[in-house]
Design a protein around this ligand. Structure first.
Ligand SMILES: Cc1cc2nc3c(=O)[nH]c(=O)nc-3n(C[C@H](O)[C@H](O)[C@H](O)COP(=O)(O)OP(=O)(O)OC[C@H]3O[C@@H](n4cnc5c(N)ncnc54)[C@H](O)[C@@H]3O)c2cc1C
Ligand code: FES
Length: 258
């Protein structure tokens, strides 16, 4: 069930120049959050920002009743959010959208491919998959080392592989050129810049691998009312906020083939 709540910022961490994370709690039980779902954040104190901003749920601690967000500073809204301090309140609508499929058997193999802020939803996903006994390979990519904000946390949930465009960390090249990407998997999950996700989807399709992508179309309402986030799928137009953000690539041939 969706809920609108004032959360308190329990912890704020700066991760390099352009990323920060926020741990949020409201002192009570949280709604169940599936990996790949997102929140809509109210940005207060910034007159240029009227609409809420969609942000993936990076991690969840059900026992503590907290969720963590990983945010890249890109414009007015995220710059204002970056000014929030521990103890401040943040108005959140959650949990939104449909998350990743979790119907993998224990012992099956999954690869999680993330780039930039798109690594955010993959941490909660890798944690849940590991608890199900799925063997996870996590491939994180970025232009350079400092643009891969979270690495160590992933290592607890699977084999961690890094690819950087400039070779400053891990494999020198794109995530799709990492040797681990070419192995066989029962499922490919990806979130990140659109060209990266399209390359991952094309490769998965060519190899006959099941694959899900998490789209990051521009959003406003986040609940399927304004139609501003619509994407053209093989089954017609779909709202990314309500019908996604996660889609199986078998419904997105038009999207990844262009
Ligand atoms: C489902 C979903 C999950 C996301 N998860 C994360 C996440 O976990 N971490 C993260 O750092 N970013 C995430 N994003 C992207 C994030 O929403 C945008 O970076 C943010 O809204 C930019 O706001 P701004 O005011 O700082 O930037 P603006 O100045 O408004 O714009 C800067 C850039 O952000 C993009 N953008 C602006 N508004 C929106 C919007 N309402 N929806 C989507 N994109 C927008 C624009 O393409 C523009 O290029 C997600 C987006 C979606 C749709
Ligand atoms: S953001 Fe309004 S319909 Fe998706």
């Amino acid at each position: 069930m969706k809920e609108i709540h004032d959360f308190t910022i329990l912890e704020r961490r700066q991760l390099g120049e352009s990323y920060f994370s926020l741990v949020l709690g409201h002192g009570g039980m949280m709604q169940h959050i599936a990996p790949g779902q997102f929140v809509e954040l109210q940005v207060e104190g910034e007159p240029k920002v009227m609409l809420r901003r969609p942000i993936s749920i990076h991690d969840v601690d059900e026992k503590e009743g907290t969720m963590t967000l990983l945010i890249q500073i890109v414009g007015n809204g995220t710059r204002r959010l970056a000014e929030l301090k521990e103890g401040d309140k943040l108005n959140v609508v959650y949990p939104l959208g449909h998350g990743f499929s979790l119907d993998l058997a224990a012992g099956s193999r999954a690869v999680l491919v993330g780039g930039g802020a798109g690594t955010a939803p993959l941490l909660h996903l890798s944690k849940v998959l590991k608890a199900k006994g799925v063997d996870c390979t996590i491939i994180l990519g970025g232009r350079t080392e400092s643009l891969i904000p979270v690495r160590d946390a992933f290592a607890a949930y699977g084999r961690l592989c890094i690819a950087t465009d400039d070779g400053s960390l891990g494999h020198h090249g794109l995530v799709t050129q990492h040797p681990a990407f070419g192995e066989h998997y029962d499922m490919v999950y990806t979130c990140g810049p659109t060209p990266m996700m399209k390359a991952v989807a094309r490769s998965a399709a060519e190899r006959g691998l099941r694959c899900e992508v998490s789209l990051e179309n521009m959003m406003a309402c986040g609940v399927g009312a304004c139609l501003c986030c619509v994407t053209d799928t093989d089954q017609g137009h779909r709202c990314v906020c309500k019908d996604g953000p996660v889609f199986d690539i078998s419904t997105l041939k038009k999207w990844y083939q262009c």
